[in-house]
Design a protein around this ligand. Structure first.
Ligand code: FAD
Length: 391
């Protein structure tokens, strides 16, 4: 049996695995292997995501992570240039708007105060401002909204490809194979077993398997509270008479319904629901659009009464059932086993900060940002981060 040695093996070549690989290769000449079973990324969460980045969170660390994403992505295309070719990430920063009802107002004001204290650009839109701005919307009982003018979307596949090709150009090896087991030697990690029958050796293995992270951890005898939860997105073409140019890039209602303006006049609509099923189910369901999503959309924007449902898809959130936040760092009971998991609905925008953080933890460098709140110990101690995070 062929035995290959690496310093670090990363399981999963999505945006997290690729950002970590890039950060490791940019700083050190390490032997890094990224295991990815599907280089077409058909089921990976990254290309199925909306690609939104916002500072509108209520946990200090999540806000700082997004603030760093703004900084890091500003010259991403230049940084990721390989042989004169740059990724085109199509960053459209025309804002995220979160509508607010009376009962949520105090909480939204508190969150906004924290975001401002951390130096973020966020505004309160009064009811009058909403009436002036969103002329095509039925504003019901909304008392106002919070607006992050710098928030916006980018092409998640282009970002993933940017990290990946740069990491490869710096020497990272991407291997198409499936990891069937993370192997251990007593209390330390020793490498991975692959579906092809090969064994690879490394003293450090990083779990970046997205919604499959719980399965990967289990093969090493580690239990983490990360489950795959189905989220459906519907792409609609509105009636050309409905003008949507004055809507921000992303508008979110308190019910969880959100709509993102896309290129080519498309609008992506989705709704996070408590009953969204757990499991590896990628089927999408136009009945859900017809019966739940469309009526609510048309109530908010009456002109959406006529539209064309172009297509839909389902992707998976890797939901951390303890507190819906990231799990970052070395597992306390297995030396060399690092986790970058459980990002729920906001992992895409966290890839820059997480890539840097994991690189610092792995190489023993002082962390640039204190992300200890997301440490692995809280999982072992069943100690959730307390926040009303939006997943
Ligand atoms: C519909 C939807 C909308 C979203 N919108 C946003 C958004 O607007 N903003 C935001 O910040 N986040 C968003 N997210 C969340 C975001 O997509 C994820 O948090 C992020 O992409 C996670 O990246 P990842 O690299 O951890 O996982 P993934 O992209 O899923 O990558 C994991 C990779 O691991 C590979 N893998 C798994 N098991 C194995 C194995 N055994 N062997 C080899 N390879 C393996 C998989 O093939 C996959 O490519 C959204 C998610 C969905 C589903």
């Amino acid at each position: 049996m062929q035995k290959d040695m690496y310093d670090i093996i990363i399981v999963g070549g999505g945006v997290m695995g690729s950002s970590i690989a890039y950060h490791l290769m940019a700083d050190d000449q390490l032997r890094v292997a990224v295991m990815e079973r599907d280089p077409a990324y058909a089921k990976a969460s990254t290309p199925l995501s909306i690609g939104n980045v916002r500072i509108q969170f209520n946990l200090k660390e999540n806000i700082l992570i997004s603030k760093y994403a703004f900084e890091f992505m500003a010259d991403f295309e230049e940084k990721m240039e390989v042989d004169g070719v740059r990724p085109r990430i199509t960053w459209q920063r025309d804002g995220n708007l979160f509508l607010v009802e009376e009962q949520g107002r105090a909480r939204s004001e508190e969150d906004m105060a924290l975001q401002k204290e951390l130096g973020c650009n966020v505004q309160w839109w009064s009811r009058e401002k909403l009436e002036q701005q969103l002329t095509q919307c039925n504003l019901g009982d909304y008392v106002g909204a919070t607006y992050g003018p710098d928030d916006g979307t980018m092409d998640p596949y282009a970002v993933l490809m940017g990290y990946k090709s740069k990491a490869r150009s710096l020497g990272a090896t991407y291997i198409q194979d499936e990891v069937t087991e993370v192997t251990r030697d007593k209390a330390s990690v020793s490498g991975v077993k692959l579906a092809s029958g090969k064994d690879l050796k490394a003293k450090i293995v990083v779990n970046c398997a997205g919604p499959w992270a719980g399965q990967i951890a289990k093969t090493a005898g580690v239990e983490i509270p990360v489950v795959p939860v189905k989220r459906q997105v519907f792409a609609v073409n509105p009636d050309p008479k409905v003008k949507l140019n004055n809507l921000p890039r992303l508008t979110v209602l308190p019910s969880g319904l959100y709509m993102a303006r896309e290129t080519g006049g498309l609008v992506l609509v989705s709704k996070t629901m408590a009953e969204d099923p757990i499991g590896f189910d990628f089927s999408w369901d136009d009945k859900r659009f017809m019966e739940i999503v469309w009526p609510e959309l048309a109530e908010f924007i009456p002109g959406m009464n006529t539209l064309k449902l172009m297509r839909g898809w389902a992707g998976l959130y890797a939901v951390n059932t303890l507190d819906a936040n990231a799990i970052l760092g070395e597992w306390p009971e297995l030396k060399g086993f690092y986790l970058a998991n459980g990002f729920s609905g906001h992992g895409f925008q966290q890839a820059a900060a997480v890539g840097r953080h994991l690189q610092e933890l792995i190489t023993g460098t002082e962390p640039s940002m204190d992300l200890s709140v997301f440490g692995t110990e809280r999982i072992l101690e069943n100690r959730p981060i307390v926040t009303n995070v939006i997943v």
